[in-house]
Design a protein around this ligand. Structure first.
Ligand SMILES: Cc1cc2nc3c(=O)[nH]c(=O)nc-3n(C[C@H](O)[C@H](O)[C@H](O)COP(=O)(O)OP(=O)(O)OC[C@H]3O[C@@H](n4cnc5c(N)ncnc54)[C@H](O)[C@@H]3O)c2cc1C
Length: 410
């Protein structure tokens, strides 16, 4: 069935950036007609699952330097977006949608209800509700799995769904996410569509995820344990990224927030040897730790690792270090090595590293430099951040910038 109505803006995806783009376009004063095309039967499916159902909606301390792109050109790009839509403006935008929030440690903002549904409902009110002073409500076209998009002879975007339906619009905003959370609807189709318009795609890899590692015997001994420490991801001996926090051992993998934060750097090239090196005692230099272990052994005998480490890793480390001299133990505790064979993949990943290359997108409007009227926002761009509300901060900020620019363009 062909819908002959020509929308001002078609938004591909009713997720974080797509919904926020619609809210901002409605508030722009330009009164655009907006269609949001969503393959799921309802909006915000992934948002419901965020933050373990609580949705870490923003990070109020987020600055451009906290983010990265696989090509290393994210900071100046994001600075232009945050100059218009930084964390303070986003917080105000959510307050205007009736979302009360609470701040937890390190700038992490959650809905006051501690329920992600509150975030989805706030965005739905803004996108589809009868908000005073807003333009026409956006139309949600659900169950619409976008397969292709092209520009016709009249310069209109024609977006076609798998079931034969199609929608025409003057502008198209790709807000489809990357490939992370494939079970919530993100399969990389938006990247293929951007590519079909001539955009360069930086190879997407799973980010904010754990690593499946070779050392299954050791992991079997550690499974279920969490320790605080520093993790370093190395390629051919060079440190690609490091972070400190909770490390979690599972039967075949290593995960935890700090491990997730380094995972976006795991880009395999031929012959490169990767290692995940864990420092379970980052508070002490190796020599100082050896002295400390010697003193504790003299004082406490066999119980010298008690309270420094949980029992399982303590036993595992003691089991590995045959000589068990304080120096060997200190070395092992500060550089326990695992060999990643793969990341845990798209189902486990919270975001995507890679995506639409930034040099072909205007950072002030998020409009394509190649195709007039084509915009992109959120995870589909080559930008990712650490755990702690950064991914959504980027999705909402870029959604605002793209939605506002697309509305003004008409
Ligand atoms: C389990 C989990 C927990 C997370 N928790 C947090 C958190 O607490 N805080 C945080 O900052 N980040 C979190 N993230 C990351 C964050 O959710 C994403 O980075 C963010 O939602 C990306 O926004 P987006 O608008 O780019 O894409 P999405 O929010 O993924 O939205 C994309 C939308 O496009 C739709 N779509 C895709 N392809 C098509 C198609 N072909 N046709 C039609 N529709 C399509 C999808 O169904 C989806 O609704 C989490 C991610 C996961 C997986």
């Amino acid at each position: 069935m062909k819908n002959e109505f020509v929308y001002d803006i078609a938004i591909l995806g009713a997720g974080a950036s797509g919904l926020m783009a619609a809210v901002t376009a409605r508030r722009s004063g330009a009164d655009p007609s907006i269609a949001i095309l969503e393959k799921n039967e309802y909006a915000g499916r992934k948002l419901y699952a965020t933050g373990n159902g609580r949705c870490n909606v923003l990070n109020v301390t987020a600055k451009p330097e906290d983010f990265r792109s696989a090509e290393g050109n994210a900071v100046a790009f994001i600075a232009k977006v945050f100059a218009q839509y930084g964390a303070t403006e986003l917080q105000k935008a959510f307050a205007g949608l009736g979302l009360d929030t609470v701040e937890e440690g390190e700038g992490r903002l959650y809905p006051r209800s501690l329920q992600s549904a509150s975030v989805v409902h706030a965005l739905e009110r803004g996108a589809f509700g009868g908000m005073p002073g807003c333009g026409r409500p956006a139309e949600l076209i659900a169950g619409f799995e976008v397969k292709t998009a092209e520009k016709n002879a009249e310069g209109l975007f024609v977006v076609a769904a798998a079931d034969g339906r199609s929608v025409k619009a003057k502008s198209l905003l790709i807000a489809s996410g990357g490939k992370a959370g494939i079970q919530y609807g993100c399969d990389g189709r938006g990247l293929k569509i951007a590519e079909s318009f001539g955009h360069r795609i930086v190879k997407p890899i799973p980010a904010l995820t754990g690593f499946v590692c070779e050392e299954t015997d050791l992991l079997a001994k550690l499974a279920g344990v969490r320790v605080r420490g520093t993790v370093r991801l190395l390629a051919d001996g060079n440190v690609l990224s490091e972070d400190t926090g909770e490390i979690q051992f599972n039967k075949d993998s290593v995960s935890g927030i700090c491990v997730m934060n380094v995972s976006g750097y795991y880009r395999r090239k031929d012959e490169e040897r990767f290692a995940l090196v864990l420092d379970m005692m980052p508070e002490w230099e190796e020599e100082a730790l050896a002295d400390k272990l010697t003193a504790r052994r003299n004082e406490l005998g066999d119980y010298f690792l008690d309270a420094l480490l949980p029992e399982k890793p303590a036993a595992a480390v003691l089991g590995i270090a045959e000589m068990q001299s304080p120096e060997e133990l200190a070395h092992l505790l500060k550089s326990l090595q695992f060999t990643p064979v793969a990341s845990k993949g798209w189902k486990d990943a919270h975001t995507t590293s890679g995506g639409i290359a930034l040099d072909e997108i205007d950072p002030r409007t998020l409009e394509s430099k190649l195709v007039s009227g084509l915009y992109a926002a959120g995870e589909v761009l080559d930008i990712d951040g650490p755990c702690g509300g950064y991914s959504l901060t980027w999705a909402f900020a870029s959604g605002c910038a793209a939605g506002s620019a697309a509305a003004q363009k008409r």
